[in-house]
Design a protein around this ligand. Structure first.
Ligand SMILES: *Cc1c(COP(=O)(O)O)cnc(C)c1O
Length: 392
């Protein structure tokens, strides 16, 4: 076979291959493996959404290609959600674009702005798709370190002038995966100022906007004044409504940016199944959404408390995250991230994610996903406490 394209050959090595092998070995040996690795909600999609899907899927009018720009009903539902939840007014025609899951849009936005040699500003540690999308478009990434001492916000003032001028996109993500950090409106306003000074498009990934604790309510990037002039926000129904398999999300914000993404998408995909878009309308609009969100937040909050408490008992000074369904913690002295994760897996059968999988600044940390029930989580943490005592 001929050599594969550079964009495939240049993909970074799959960091979890070694861990996946160890998981298989443990399972083969009959170990009771507890997976706290992948951030995929364990609870089912709420019944009120499934019921709407059941109705819509039977209707022949939903079986044809959807409109390229998405169903107006879905775009209006997203626009109503932004007004209700954030006080942000969006024109459903020009400022809302449905996506086949937000990952799809995040991966494709670079193709709309980046030519060979252009630069995107990418958080590190971060969701890998920002950098991969950039790479596929022939661009380069400038990694913005997210450091504990800066509350995992990037320090925009250290980005070299020359890099800032060349940059096309800046990716941000709060509440943050993998660190669980949050951003306030003031930070987003600084980002807007930066974007205007250097003519950069902000792409804010809001996947965890509805997953927060102790009454804390994360803000949308679009609440920052001037945000609509220079950026977009990616959103997803996956995490708030346990709909990861349904593939439904959206991009909202600057109309010119969305028009470019729309044009790109019309040439490579044909949109979301109409029945799924109607289920999305139901998810957002039904008054049961509020009830669902509250009970979901309570579920993750209880799980977070179990993990944070156990880490403290084992000697960590872990801060309790205010949002996201992850706990991010340093590995004990003397270990790399992958060494520590392998050690835990071998000794206890518990799977966690090495921070280095999210970028070089993730080295020295690991991530626990709160996507198993409390009893299993307690069991996992008891096993970990049995074999490690944290020393920083
Ligand atoms: C899960 C996740 C997504 C992807 O969500 P989909 O809408 O299911 O594609 C995007 N960004 C981050 C940070 C995530 O963790």
């Amino acid at each position: 076979m001929k050599k594969k394209a550079g964009r495939i050959e240049k993909l970074p090595p799959y960091l979890f291959a070694e861990i996946d092998k160890k998981i298989r070995e443990a399972l083969d040996k009959g170990v009771d493996v507890i997976k706290l690795g992948i951030g995929d909600p364990d609870r089912p999609t709420p019944a009120y959404i499934v019921e709407r899907m059941q109705q819509e899927v039977t209707l022949p009018r939903n079986h044809s290609y959807p409109p390229d720009e998405g169903l107006m009903e879905f775009r209006e539902a997203v626009s109503r959600y932004y007004l209700r939840r954030f006080g942000v007014k969006l024109d459903p025609q020009r400022e809302v674009l449905p996506l086949i899951g937000s990952k799809e849009g995040i991966a494709h936005i670079s193709a709309c702005f980046v030519d060979s040699g252009d630069v995107n500003l990418v958080p590190d540690p971060g969701y890998p798709v920002y950098g991969i999308g950039t790479l596929f478009a022939g661009g380069q990434t400038y990694r913005m370190p997210l450091l504990e001492e800066n509350s995992y916000l990037p320090d925009l003032s250290i980005i070299p002038e020359e890099t800032a001028r060349r940059a096309k996109l800046m990716f941000l993500n709060y509440p943050n995966n993998p660190t669980g950090a949050v951003a306030e409106k003031g930070f987003f306003e600084k980002a807007v100022e930066f974007a205007k000074r250097y003519d950069v498009v902000i792409c804010h990934d809001s996947a965890y906007l509805e997953i927060s604790f102790d009454g804390y309510r994360p803000v949308s990037f679009l609440e920052a004044s001037g945000a609509l002039e220079c950026g977009i926000e990616f959103g997803s129904l996956s995490k708030p409504f346990n709909m990861t398999g349904w593939r439904v999300g959206y991009a909202v914000g600057n109309a010119e940016v969305l028009e470019a993404l729309y044009r790109y998408k019309t040439n490579i995909d044909s949109g979301n199944f109409k029945a799924v878009q109607y289920a999305g309308v139901e998810a957002l609009d039904n008054p049961k959404a509020l009830e669902h969100m509250e009970s979901m937040q309570k579920v993750y909050q209880d799980r977070r408390n179990v993990v944070v408490e156990a880490l403290r008992e084992a000697g960590w000074t872990a801060a309790a995250p205010k949002a996201s369904f992850y706990v991010w913690a340093p590995v004990p002295q003397g270990y790399t991230s992958t060494d520590f994760v392998s050690y835990i897996l071998e000794e206890t059968g518990v799977v966690v994610t090495p921070g280095s999988g999210f970028g070089e600044y993730g080295e020295g940390y690991f991530r626990i996903a709160l996507t198993v029930e409390v009893e299993r989580l307690k069991e996992a943490m008891d096993r970990i406490k049995g074999v490690v005592r944290f020393k920083g």
